[in-house]
Design a protein around this ligand. Sequence first.
Ligand code: 8ZB
Length: 482
Amino acid sequence: MELSNKRIERRDFFAQRQQVLRTWHTGKDVEDFELGVTYQRAIPQAKRFSTALRKADLAGKTLLQPRAGVALVPEHIKLLTFLEDSCDVLPTTIDAYTRLNRYEEAASGIARSEEAGTSLLNGFPAVNHGLAGCRRVVEALSKPVQVRHGTPDARLLAEITLAAGFTAYEGGGISYNVPYAKKVPLEQSIRHWQYCDRLVGLFEEEGLRIDREPFGPLSGTLVPPFVSHCVALIEGLLALEQGAKCLTLGYGQAGNLMQDVAAIRSLRELAHEYFQQSGHEDYQLNTVFHQWMGGFPTNESGAHAVICWGAAMAAMSGATKVIVKTPHEASGVPTKEANKQGLDATTQILNMVRDQHPPSGPALEREVELIKREVRAVMAKVFELGKGDVAVGAVRAFEAGVMDIPFAPAACNAGKLLPVRDNEGAVRIFEPGRVPLPDDVLAYHRERIEERARAENRAPSFQMVVDDIYAISKSMLIGRPR
Ligand code: 8ZB
């Protein structure tokens, strides 16, 4: 079958499902799809992710979510119950072996963690723990739980965790491939994610809503808003086609106030525009703001400051949810105490900023319009390359360098687009590569970069880009020469 943005036939889905469930022995526990449906049906509203998102949206509040995951079930439960009172919705962060479908190695990681009495994996190996282990986690908690990972082929993980009662699932065929893998063909990861979306669609057919969240920040390194917006829109359209109805589109903080507020606003507006243009009317749209995803200061006070600036942007931009960093970000997996510190600092800021009017005025409007024009130019080319089909268009757009994610490792990514900060720290386009942005848009980016170059008395160069990549970890936003 050719790749296309068409709903997978029920028959084809269940044929593929048999193969998927055979890839690891825990797959057989979820063979009967109806058992997962029955289990999901019994989950109270207070533990449904989509319900929490809807309530937050209506109240104009921003939900708080940490990242967290350890190797063993009892320890994972301890960790999440410890964090539960300090946040609104919970994660289960999956370990790196599971993300790569290396279940043998995850198994030995579990065994070694049991021996050592501490987690030797960087997340929760949900496939190995299987249906029963995952249900113990969900049942021990009173808040909604989401699966957060980074898996190009997340089909088995989705089958097990959704049958186990998780009510939200992160990822997408582009966003969990291009920034995460070197040589997984894009066409393949898109197909595998169409499967995950179809599974979510099957639950939706039973009246059971599962939130789907494409991964917004991508490489987390100077990603211009239009780049991540295009990925979010494409993955949103792919998910809707397979029957998902609750979408949370993400964006990773860039660091400039106007740009970050404009990014969340334009993301929401563009999503409605593109979804409705494609004939989708019945969906629930949410946004998620990720606190700074690039390099962090090792100094914990500095890290708290970065966290708080992100919290302020999340509140001002009106995002439905914020994903929180910790003061241990520069050193690795955080302790539960450090994790709670990030949550508490963010809560303080959200509460202080919530009732204030967000920034507005011509500078903001200009930034919103700029992002929209960039997105429309790229999306038009994506549809053109796919002859109207967004799945085909996405693959061809990466091949052609029309879609290009800065600093992403995938072989299918051109890596020709180079971003750099302007004199106020907004992320601008230094080299467009083959991304088809309008001439006047490119001229505007060049002007803003020239302004910075004059202020720093040096020509724009790759060194400037490198300086920007390290700036925040060195307590600055813009990588100015010393
Ligand atoms: C793409 C997401 C990366 C972020 C955090 C990293 C980084 C990864 C865990 C975790 C808490 C874990 N992260 N694994 N945070 N517990 N097991 O995800 O620090 O911020």
